[in-house]
Design a protein around this ligand. Structure first.
Ligand code: PXG
Length: 299
C-alpha cells in the first residue's frame, strides 16, 4: 500500500539478527536434509509471550529425546525469544523457534554436525478463517495414521512433520480444513496441528498423550480453565470416532488455532451442529487469560 512503510522483519539466527532477504541457513543443515531438529510455535498477546516457560521446557525435552544439545541455557533461550519480539515490535504475534542439528556432511550421521542452528522468527499467523470460530469447523478422519510411539514419538515436536503434512493434504483434498488422525489401535490421537476435545454430559474428555497426542500447551490451559474457572472435570480417555459422533460438543486446541469449535465429523453433525456452550465459555476464558498472562516483551 502506498504511504505505508514496509516493516522489515528481523530474524534471529545463532545470536544475530538478519533481514528477511539475508536470513539464510546452509543447504547442508541437517534440519533441511533430514528434518533433524525440534521446534516450538508460540504466541504473544498484548505485549506478553504466552506460556513461554512451558514452550521452552517442551523444546528442551524434545531436544533431549533426539540427543540434541541446545547451545544455550533455558534462560538464554527465553531471553533470545523476548529480544526477537522486541526487535520486531511484536505485541500480538506468532513466534517460531527452531533448533536444527546444524551443518554437517551429506550422510545422515548427526555426529558430523558440529553446532546446532537456532532460528527465531516473530511474525503473524492465522490458521483458520475468523468465520470458523463463530460457526465451527468440519473435520474428516484421514487414512494417514499418527506415528506410533515406538517409531517417532508424537510427543517430540520435531521438524519431521511429514506425517501431519500428509494428513493435512488429505483433509484439504477432502474439502475440510483439519483432519482427525487415528493411532494404530483405531483410537483418536489428535489433529494435524491441534489437540481434540469433546464434551459429554458436562464432562470434558480428550485422548491421553499415550494415544499419540502431543502434550499441547493449549491443552494444558484448557485443563486449568475447565477445572479452576468453570469447575468442570476433564478426563483423559481413549476416544473412538463414535464417541465424537455421539458427543455434545467438540473443539480443537493449539497455539495457532487457540480454541476452535468443531461441529461435524465425517458427515455426522456433532451436538446441535453449532459451537457448544462449554466450548464458547472456554474460548471466552482463554481470551481473557491471554490478555494479562505471559512473559513481558521488553520495550
Ligand atoms: N498437536 C500437534 C501435532 C501440534 O503440532 C498441537 C497439537 C497443539 O499444541 P500447542 O502446544 O500449540 O497447544 C500442535 C501445535 C502451524 C502451527 O503452523 C501448529 C502448531 C502450533 C502453532 C502453529 O500449523 N501445532
Amino acid at each position: 500500500m502506498k504511504g505505508v512503510p514496509v516493516l522489515r522483519m528481523k530474524i534471529y539466527i545463532d545470536g544475530k539478527f538478519y533481514t528477511e532477504n539475508n536470513a539464510k541457513i546452509s543447504v547442508f543443515d541437517h534440519g533441511l536434509l533430514y528434518g533433524d531438529g525440534v521446534f516450538e510455535g508460540i504466541r504473544a498477546y498484548n505485549g506478553r509471550i504466552f506460556r513461554l516457560e512451558e514452550h521452552i521446557d517442551r523444546l528442551y525435552l524434545s531436544a533431549k529425546a533426539i540427543l540434541l544439545q541446545i547451545p544455550f541455557s533455558k534462560k538464554e533461550t527465553i531471553d533470545a525469544v523476548a529480544r526477537t519480539c522486541a526487535a520486531n515490535k511484536i505485541r500480538d504475534g506468532y513466534i517460531r523457534l527452531v533448533v536444527t542439528r546444524g551443518v554437517g556432511n551429506l550422510g545422515l550421521n548427526p555426529f558430523s554436525c558440529k553446532k546446532p542452528t537456532v532460528v527465531i522468527i516473530a511474525g503473524k499467523i492465522m490458521l483458520y478463517p475468523a468465520k470458523m470460530y463463530r460457526k465451527g469447523l468440519a473435520l474428516i478422519t484421514v487414512p494417514t495414521m499418527r506415528m506410533a510411539p515406538s517409531a517417532l514419538n508424537p510427543a517430540i515436536k520435531s521438524l519431521n512433520y511429514l506425517n501431519n503434512v500428509l494428513a493435512k493434504i488429505e483433509a484439504i483434498q477432502g474439502g475440510v480444513l483439519e483432519a482427525v488422525m487415528l493411532n494404530h489401535h483405531g483410537y483418536i490421537a489428535e489433529c494435524t496441528g491441534d489437540n481434540l476435545f469433546m464434551v459429554r454430559s458436562g464432562l470434558i474428555v480428550t485422548p491421553p498423550t499415550s494415544a499419540g497426542a502431543l502434550c499441547g500447551i493449549t491443552r494444558q490451559v484448557v485443563f486449568q480453565l475447565a477445572r479452576e474457572h468453570l469447575g468442570l472435570e476433564v478426563r483423559e480417555e481413549n476416544l473412538t470416532r463414535y464417541d465424537v459422533f455421539s458427543s455434545d460438543e467438540c473443539f480443537l486446541t493449539g497455539t495457532g488455532a487457540e480454541i476452535i469449535p468443531a461441529v461435524k465429523l465425517d458427515g455426522r453433525t456433532i451436538g446441535t451442529g453449532k459451537p457448544g456452550k462449554i466450548t464458547m465459555r472456554l474460548m471466552e476464558q482463554f481470551r481473557e487469560l491471554t490478555t494479562h498472562e505471559g512473559y513481558p516483551i521488553p520495550k
